[in-house]
Design a protein around this ligand. Sequence first.
Ligand SMILES: Cc1cc2nc3c(=O)[nH]c(=O)nc-3n(C[C@H](O)[C@H](O)[C@H](O)COP(=O)(O)OP(=O)(O)OC[C@H]3O[C@@H](n4cnc5c(N)ncnc54)[C@H](O)[C@@H]3O)c2cc1C
Length: 262
Amino acid sequence: GSRRADALSASPHSAGVIAFNWCVSRTLPALRHHNVFLSSAGRTAWARATSPGGLQRSPNFYVHVPTRTDASAAPAGCESVMVLVPVANLQEMAAAAGMPPLHLARHEGGCTSGGDGIGDSGGGDVAGTNATRLAAGRSGGGTGAYSALVSAAREAVLQTLADAGVAETVDSLRASIVRELVMEPEGWAARYGLSHGAAFGLSHGLGQLAAFRPALRDARVGGLYFAGASARPGNGVPLVMIGADLCVQRVLEDLGKQGKAD
Ligand SMILES: Cc1cc2nc3c(=O)[nH]c(=O)nc-3n(C[C@H](O)[C@H](O)[C@H](O)COP(=O)(O)OP(=O)(O)OC[C@H]3O[C@@H](n4cnc5c(N)ncnc54)[C@H](O)[C@@H]3O)c2cc1C
């Protein structure tokens, strides 16, 4: 049991993500409901950054603006914005630091929230000032391994959005963010129990696809079943729902067999 768990834990996991949840005190009409920004750096931009140096000046990221289709998501004249930046998961962070994989205890919190927003600090090194304040205000512990990456990712996203004409300048965009909640891989691991803080569970490399992915019914322990992102058929809400349905079918099959035997 524990050897199997250790083997699964050591298997390659999907990317971690830094999520920026922003309350913006203006509208950003250039943004749609779903927005994908792809780096001009091509394939190299998909390498998962473990430090600011690994992040492209203009990285790949996704922006969700629910206010574009649901006015109730923010007060009138404001926007609710969520940005997802893929980065290294905790397994990859540990490997880059030459450490064994991190095992984080499950605990409440693990995300950081800047109640004053990030625009209130004025000019200068706003990101650095804010990162310090956010780190000081961490609600759930964590090692702070992602602090520098969070600051760098925020700056890269703001710059890319400004370059794309979403706001007049980086500073005006930054100043309009009145509240921010950041969730990074340590937060995902602590709050939702995501293994290695990986957003999509086990990765989908060839060695972990189809029959090579953990089965829904354990081969050795009767009555033990698996459903979810790291089991077959794979991650993402639609596949997880299919897997859950297939898992229930296995359970019913086994109960049926048991019923006949009894
Ligand atoms: C930021 C982000 C964006 C995503 N975007 C998309 C998307 O756009 N489309 C898409 O299809 N998929 C998306 N996904 C992936 C999708 O959310 C997952 O693949 C899917 O939710 C996995 O389902 P699951 O049931 O395996 O795990 P989860 O949805 O994580 O559910 C597991 C539940 O178990 C709870 N739990 C964990 N450990 C314990 C414990 N010890 N005791 C009690 N409860 C526990 C957790 O709190 C959680 O509620 C995204 C994931 C992330 C992180």
